[in-house]
Design a protein around this ligand. Structure first.
Ligand SMILES: Nc1ncnc2c1ncn2[C@@H]1O[C@H](COP(=O)(O)OP(=O)(O)OP(=O)(O)O)[C@@H](O)[C@H]1O
Ligand SMILES: [Mg+2]
Length: 220
């Protein structure tokens, strides 16, 4: 079965008394957007970090296309399978907006010129003004950084996208625009997309909705 399976996933932070995730089971299918909501502190970002391969579950298993993620090479998984739009964006602070988006393209072997041409297309698609391309992230607003992070994710061309509040810093028009981009990626490129959102309107645009509560993922 293609897609991402979470099989009884649990997670406890080192030295923490209680687990954040106790028993998460879910299957995220290609061509769909799944939206996860839940209280602040429920563990939504923690779950996306596990999906993005930036942390490893303390219990259970993740499988991508039926293959266990954790026994394989996580670097390969992070590079080729999944890209994360993090809640705090995780942009490279010493690289410009354009360089941030070029990064995965250069990593994939494109020439600097090819990378830059494509990066500009992605930055245009998230409606970032051209005058901002040469700025460092620290000199961009939250919403502008968010759009750079989304453009970088588009440039990664991974089949799995995990997005933590991808519209959290955007006005309604830009939020709908970003959701339109994600919907198109799901429909046309059959990407598997998992987003975390507090926004009901955004969640309603997803095919599947979940609530993360008491360490478990419940279907709405
Ligand atoms: N590095 C860490 N070490 C220990 N505990 C942590 C760490 N990061 C997060 N936590 C705790 O884990 C729990 C879940 O945090 P997480 O960031 O996943 O919540 P969230 O659902 O994303 O919240 P929000 O909606 O505010 O972003 C919280 O109680 C938090 O304090
Ligand atoms: Mg969070």
């Amino acid at each position: 079965m293609t897609g991402l399976e979470l099989d009884h996933v649990g997670f406890t932070y080192p030295k923490a008394k209680r687990s954040v995730l106790s028993d998460v089971c879910a299957f995220f299918a290609p061509g769909t957007i799944s939206a996860i909501r839940g209280y602040s502190g429920a563990g939504k970002s923690t779950l996306l970090y596990l999906i993005a391969g930036l942390d490893v579950p303390t219990r259970g298993q993740l499988r991508w296309n039926d293959r266990p993620v954790l026994t394989g090479d996580l670097t390969e998984y992070r590079r080729r399978v999944v890209s994360l739009i993090a809640q705090s964006y995780l942009l490279f602070p010493n690289r410009t907006a354009l360089e941030n988006v070029c990064y995965p393209l250069l990593l994939a072997g494109k020439s600097r010129q090819e990378a830059e041409t494509e990066a500009r297309e992605h930055l245009r698609s998230v409606r970032l003004g051209e005058e901002l391309y040469r700025r460092l992230p620290g000199r961009l607003s939250g919403g502008e950084q968010q759009r750079v992070a989304i453009a970088r994710c588009l440039a990664s061309h991974t089949p799995l996208i995990a997005a933590d509040e991808p519209t959290g810093n955007l006005d309604e028009e830009n939020a709908r625009e970003v959701m339109g981009i994600l919907q198109k990626l799901a429909e046309e490129e059959k990407k598997t997309i998992v987003i975390v959102t507090h926004d009901r309107m955004i969640a309603d645009l997803a095919q599947k909705q979940y609530i993360l509560s008491q360490g478990q993922l419940l279907t709405e």
